[in-house]
Design a protein. Structure first.
Lengths: 336, 593
């Protein structure tokens, strides 16, 4: 079988070489009117192809895209994204039309004379000022939203969670009842103290170390990120959240979950995507998939970068309280 | 000079030559060789992404110890994307593009006998050659080549414990890049000196072809930003080999705490991107310059808004040095900086939009000669618009959070700087091949090459935006560990197929190129009926470019289809031809354009 394949490749190469030398013997080098005709038509055909692939992807790949933001902060992200997307979409469709239609329409011939048109201050003024005005709007909205997202001051009620990364796993530490995390440093890593928490720090005692995140819906979560070896990035796409984990410093991010995992599973967008995924999984004989929020590593960190994830479950407040009460504190685990 | 021919040996003519025309060919062929490696690597890792568990004999044959039964190792996957990025960005699209066309065109288009320093020009090429050799050697070290991504962020790039490629492979990578930077700096200084000092009589800065403006400004950006990358690389070498802590702090790896204290990887990111972002324009501006020239010539029309084009090149160059932070919105830097960088980044959209609109207006009511070079230039405008527009999403810090480092970014930059710059490079080769070899490239093969390439480019990168919007991070060896990405498997297969066809289509170009050198049709002196000075030189290469005196310049380079009556498009051409070379003195009663 393989031998046949190699023979086939050999023949294919031979034939292409023969064809190429044949074409080279034609020795055509500069476009003639006939070429301009043909290539002008090709430009039009290509435009049809381009529009087809653009529209096809926009429609048929809509289902694979991330669902609506699952955090309150993400609402404006989605909004701004939609505005930007419509805007660039319209400009894209118009510009590509002009480029390839002009190529077709003004294809050269001996009879044509090009218009000598070197300058127009009016036109140039228009297309400098129009993008500028549009950008002022986009920048304004974007900066306002950026400040919204990145502002982590005045949040009395927030849950403080440290997300801790290492090759190739995630851990997390809840601040516990005092809402304050004990100090951490790699020098304290020893035995079961895998996150390097300073146990002589009073604030560490009630901290809770877990391998999976539980978040109550509707309450701000204040994340602090640490890394013990290389750069990682905590990417929580459903919440429109991402922050690098940098060895030697603590980085921060925050958001407020909007839907519980259960609610999210019942969203039409999510249900449709899940249905599509499960159809594929059934064909391959794999277990069905159920929607879960995830935290993924999104900064190249080594061989198993592609498999560094942590499950996030968003639940109602009382369920969260029940769960957190069941988790042992660091004092009870490490100091024994 | 041409009057006294000194005897040339093979070594002085083809190897250690100081003639800019030969050096430009050396750059091009070396760049093409590296390009073949870079593109081939992308085909290998596209196979892995489309069919993660499948065994391929081609992978078995090429990856040696870095594969098991025809399935590549995760380490090797990362190495391939790292080296693919490095080679394409630096070796192909910086040295291969800028090195080739700056060398070829600067002296020829400004009317100089050679570069300001032929010797430094030669040194620049041989340093580039050396760095290419070292980069290729690094592919064969036992633990594998550098694999921390082309941005080589420490600590991953600093610690061999973190990834095997950060051992000898990374050392060679750094040495190669340091030499590369030296080469690039020497080249750039030479370009700047030449453009400023060696213009022929009458060649005012406002009469320079836009190609030269682009190469000139590119060289300035290079001189401003490449030294910063050199310092970043040097500090990394110190951290790796001499125990300093510029970038490293508080690290626990393979069961022990390392001694590093007080450094920060964020510092490295700042230094890297201070080059890294201008680098995008170091790649793109020459391509845009080439395109401006080719679109104007083949439209038989002046480039629309010559001064606005120069203005936008300068504006892009200036802005490019103050936007690097948009690669670092989620790096942990102060959010206020994020605001500043969002602002400056989105401003770049304005000069870029001006350029795109000016290209389209140049096409409008032209007499388009659809040569392969022209098609590639039009293709560049198309991909530049498509890729540039998504920059509005990525440059906005608030939106970037959600799609940073996903395939959306990969699609964006491949279109806007990868494919666009490659199209510019191809356009340049098709257009100036007669000037390089005295032969013409075959147009039929050129047409096949163009249409296959642009179809595949869109086939690869348009769907890729959507898997990015599905939240798929880049640099994942496979996404099979995430059921939430199961539904993009088909898209990955389609992308890979387009990538394979697109990669193989480049063979058409290679065949056309190398066969035409020997068997191509003899080139006429001015095949494209162009105005610029390089077409006044004889087809045969001679030292000093012009046999007699250097021609004098009397007008700007874009007097195409200038009419007797400026207000009547159908009136006769001013000189009876639809082009007026720069060497033609102003006619009586002629308004200078």
């Amino acid at each position: 079988m393989l031998a046949l394949f190699y023979i086939f490749i050999g023949v294919a190469i031979g034939v292409s070489f023969w064809q190429i030398t044949r074409i080279l013997n034609l020795r055509g080098v500069i476009a003639t009117d006939k070429d301009n005709q043909q290539q002008g038509k090709n430009a039009l055909l290509f435009m049809v192809f381009l529009y087809a692939i653009m529209i096809y992807c926009l429609i048929s790949l809509n289902v694979i895209m991330l669902p609506e933001a699952a955090s309150f902060e993400g609402e404006h992200d989605d909004n701004l994204f939609n505005i930007s997307f419509w805007l660039i979409g319209i400009v894209q469709f118009i510009m590509q039309f002009l480029i390839f239609f002009f190529t077709f329409k003004y294809k050269g011939s001996q009879e044509r004379k090009a218009k000598f048109y070197a300058d127009s201050h009016k036109l140039e003024f228009i297309w400098t000022v129009t993008p500028a005005i549009v950008l002022v709007g986009l920048i304004g909205y974007g900066l306002w939203q950026w400040n919204n997202v990145m502002d982590l001051s005045n949040e009395e009620d927030a849950i403080v969670i440290e997300v801790y990364s290492q090759q190739f796993r995630w851990d997390a530490r809840y601040a516990g009842e005092d809402k304050s995390l004990g100090l951490g440093n790699v020098n304290f890593i020893k035995g079961i103290n895998t996150m390097g928490v300073d146990m002589s720090d009073k604030r560490s005692q009630d901290d809770i170390q877990v391998t999976e995140l539980y978040l109550p819906v509707g309450r701000k979560v204040h994340f602090k990120f640490r890394s013990q070896d290389v750069l990682h990035s905590a990417y929580m796409p459903h919440f429109r959240a991402q922050m690098n984990c940098v060895p030697g410093m603590v980085t921060e991010f925050g958001f407020t979950p909007k839907y519980t995992t259960e609610e999210m599973r019942l969203q039409p967008e999510v249900m449709e995507k899940t249905k599509g995924i499960n159809k594929i999984r059934r064909e391959k004989g794999e277990d069905p998939y159920e929607f879960n929020y995830l935290l993924l590593c999104n900064k190249i960190c080594g061989a198993s970068h592609y498999n560094m994830q942590m499950k996030i479950t968003v639940v109602e407040e009382d369920e969260y309280k029940k769960w957190i009460a069941e988790q042992p504190t660091l004092a009870s685990v490490i100091n024994q | 000079m041409s009057e006294h021919h000194h005897k040339e040996t093979f070594v002085t003519k083809y190897l250690f030559t100081q003639d800019h025309k030969m050096i430009s060919k050396q750059f091009l062929v070396t760049g093409m060789f590296m390009g073949i490696i870079g593109v081939f690597m992308s085909m290998l890792f596209r196979l892995q992404l489309a069919w993660p568990e499948k065994s391929f004999s081609i992978i078995e044959a090429f990856l040696g110890p870095h594969q098991i039964d025809g399935v590549m190792n995760p380490d090797m996957y990362l190495a391939l994307v790292t080296i693919h990025g490095t080679i394409m960005v630096f070796f192909v699209l910086t040295a291969g593009l800028s090195g080739t066309f700056s060398n070829l065109l600067i002296p020829l288009q400004i009317g100089a006998r050679d570069m300001a320093s032929g010797f430094l020009n030669m040194v620049s090429y041989w340093l580039f050659f050396l760095s290419s050799v070292i980069m290729v050697i690094s592919l064969f070290v036992e633990a594998g080549p550098a694999s921390a991504g082309w941005t080589i962020y420490p600590p991953l790039s600093a610690l061999p414990q973190a990834i095997p490629g950060s051992g000898t492979g990374m050392t060679l990578w750094l040495v190669s890049m340091a030499i590369f930077i030296a080469s690039s700096l020497i080249g750039s200084l030479n370009y700047i000196a030449t453009v400023l000092n060696l213009r022929t009589k009458g060649m005012k800065m406002t009469r320079l072809p836009l190609t030269i403006w682009a190469f000139f400004v590119t060289a300035i950006i290079g001189v401003v930003s490449f030294p910063v990358l050199l310092s970043a690389a040097l500090l990394l070498i110190f951290d790796r080999s001499f125990g300093t802590s510029f970038y490293l702090s508080d690290i626990f790896i393979s069961g022990e705490v390392l001694h590093y204290q007080g450094g920060s990887p964020v510092l490295y990111e700042h230094l890297f991107w201070f080059l890294g972002h201008p680098e995008v324009y170091i790649i793109l501006l020459p391509a845009l310059g080439i395109t401006s020239e080719i679109i104007s010539t083949n439209s038989r029309k002046p480039i629309f808004g010559y001064r606005a084009m120069i203005g936008s090149i300068l504006a892009i160059a200036f802005l490019s040095t103050i936007v690097w932070g948009h690669h670092m919105f989620v790096s942990g830097m102060n959010p206020f900086l994020g605001s500043v960088f969002t602002f400056t980044t989105l401003l770049i959209a304005i000069p870029s939009a001006v350029k795109a609109f000016n290209y389209v207006t140049t096409l409008w009511k032209g007499n388009l000669q659809l040569n392969p070079a022209m098609l590639f230039s039009i293709g560049l405008v198309s991909t530049f618009v498509t890729g540039g527009l998504t920059g509005l999403v990525l440059g906005d810090s608030a939106l970037d959070i959600a799609i940073h480092d996903t395939y959306f970014v990969v699609a964006h930059f491949h279109l806007v700087m990868g494919v666009s710059a490659l199209f510019g490079m191809f356009a340049g080769v098709y257009h100036w091949f007669p000037k390089m070899y005295g032969k013409m490239l075959n147009k039929t093969l050129g047409y096949w090459h163009f249409w296959l390439t642009i179809i595949c480019a869109y086939g690869v990168f348009w769907p890729m935006h959507f898997i990015g919007l599905a939240g798929l991070p880049r640099r994942y060896y496979t996404n099979t560990n995430f059921p939430m990405f199961d539904d993009i498997a088909d898209v990955n297969v389609v992308i890979t197929m387009f990538a394979l066809v697109g990669g193989l289509a480049q063979l058409i170009f290679l065949a056309n190129y190398f066969i035409s050198i020997y068997r191509g049709k003899e080139a006429p002196q001015n095949p494209w009926k162009s105005n610029t000075l390089e077409w006044t030189t004889p087809v045969e290469h001679i030292h000093g470019n012009w046999p007699g005196k250097i021609p004098e310049v009397h007008r700007w380079p874009y007097d195409y289809s200038k009419k007797v009556d400026p207000n009547d498009d159908e009136s006769d051409y001013l000189t009876g031809e639809d082009f007026i070379p720069q060497t033609t003195p102003l006619l009586t009663n002629e308004e200078p354009s």
